[in-house]
Design a protein around this ligand. Sequence first.
Ligand SMILES: *Cc1c(COP(=O)(O)O)cnc(C)c1O
Length: 499
Amino acid sequence: MSLKYVSTRNRDISATASEAILQGLASDGGLFVPTEIPRLDVSLDTLAGYSYQRVAFEVMKLFLTDFSDDELMSCINAAYDKKFDTPAIAPLKKEAGVYYLELFHGATIAFKDMALSILPHLMTTAAKKNNVKEEIVILTATSGDTGKAALAGFADVPGTRIVVFYPKDGVSPIQERQMVTQKGGNTRVIAIRGNFDQAQTGVKQIFGDDALKDELKSRGYILSSANSINIGRLVPQICYYVYAYTRLVAEKVITPGDTVDVTVPTGNFGNILACYYAKQMGLPIGKLVCASNENKVLYDFFGTGVYDKNREFVLTTSPSMDILISSNLERLIYHITGDDDKKTAKFMEQLSSTGKYEITEEMRSHLTDFYGGFANENATAEEISRVFHASGYVIDTHTAVASAVSLKYREGSSAKSPMIIASTASPYKFTRYVLEALAKSEDIGRLNDKSDLELTKKLESISGVAIPNAVLELFDAPVLHDIVCDVDGMPDEVKEFLN
Ligand SMILES: *Cc1c(COP(=O)(O)O)cnc(C)c1O
C-alpha cells in the first residue's frame, strides 16, 4: 500500500513520499501531510529486541512507502553509524526520577543530527527514483544550529552540494567555529553583513528567482532546502520515541501497553509533532508536554486557543527555541480540523495578514493530549542546579526548559506514568550558560575571565562526562571558510561556488 502526501492547504496537491522529500514545501506554500497515519505493525515486545537502526526501519518504511526495503536500510545504515559516539544512537538515561532521551550523540551534538544525518541519503535516493539527473544544491540560512547539522549531514555526500549563509555577528563564537571549520569539497559557508532575517530573505529570493534557477538547471543543478518542515526530517524523528518506549519495555520498567508521558522542548514544533505522530501510530503515550522558554507563544496557544505572534521576541539562553512562528504547528492545525485543507488555509492566511488566529472549541477538544508549559530564564537555570544536585547529571539549557516544565506537570497531576524528556543538546554545546547556572548554587570558581577551552575542561571535571570529539576538534581545527558578502551579493556567491 502506498501512502500519499497532500498539502495542508489544498488536498488536490499530492505527492509520493520521495516527491515530498525532494520538494520540501508544497507548491502552494502548504506543508505535506500523510493522508493517514500508519499503525505500527510489529509488536512492542519484538521492537524491544531491535537495534536503533532496525526500529527506525520498521517505523520509516510505513511512511516512506515508495522506498524499497534495501534503499531504506542503506539510508539508515549510512546515517546512524560511527558519526554517533554511542552504538545506542539515542540512549535513555534515568536521572532524578525521570528518563532523559539523549538525542545529542551525533556529529554536532544537538538533536538536529537525528534527522539531518539521514536527510541527504533520503534525498539522493529520492532523486534517483524520480529520474532527477541534476546535482542537488542545498541552500540554507542559519541562526546557528541547523547550518552546522546540515553541513555535517551533506558533507561529501555524492550528488549534493550545500551552501550555508549565516549572519556575521549573529551567531555564537562556538557556532561560528563549528561552521567555518567544516570539511568537505561540496560545502561552502558564507557570512553575510546583515542579520538572520536578511540571510533568510536572501535565500528565499534565490528560491523565487526563476531566471537564476533556469540558468543553474542548464548547468546541471537544482536547488533544494534542508528546512525542518521537510517530511524527510519529520519522519526520522518519530523513530526515537518508539525506540525510547521499547527500551523501557526491554528494561522491564513497563510492560507493552503501559502509558508513558513525554516532554519536548519546543521551538518550530517539529520534534513534538513527531511524538504526536508516534502516538497516532499506536505507541502508548499519555500526555505530550510542550515546553517553551520565555517566547511562550505555544503555551498561550494551548491555554487559550489563540495563536498570536505579535509580541516581543526575547533572546534567551535556549536560543534554538527562540521562535515566534512554529511552522510545524500548521500540520497539527490541519489534523484537528479533521484534515480540512480549506479551514487550515484560512488560519494560515490570518496568521500571515494579522499575525494571529483563534481556533474553534471543537478543535480545542482535540488538543487534550497536550499540556503546554513554559520556564523563564531563572527557572531554567535553577532546574540545571536541581538536577545536578539530585543526581550529578548535567543538562543543557534547552533540556532544562523541558525538565522544569515536566516537573511542574508532574506536581500538578496524579498520573504516575514514567516521564521521558527529550534531551536536545549536549551541555557542551552551551557550556557557558550551563556553568553560569551551576555557579549560582555550587562553588565552581570564577567564570568571567575563562576561555571557552578552559570552561569546557571545567565542565568535564564537574560532570564526569568526557568532552565530545565534536567539541575537542574545534579548538585546533583550521578555518576553511572565510567569505563575507553583502546581502545583495548572495546569488553571485552561489553562482561562483557552482562554477
Ligand atoms: C531545534 C532545537 C529545538 C526545537 O525543536 P523544534 O523541532 O524546532 O521544536 C530544541 N532544542 C534544541 C537544542 C534545538 O536545536
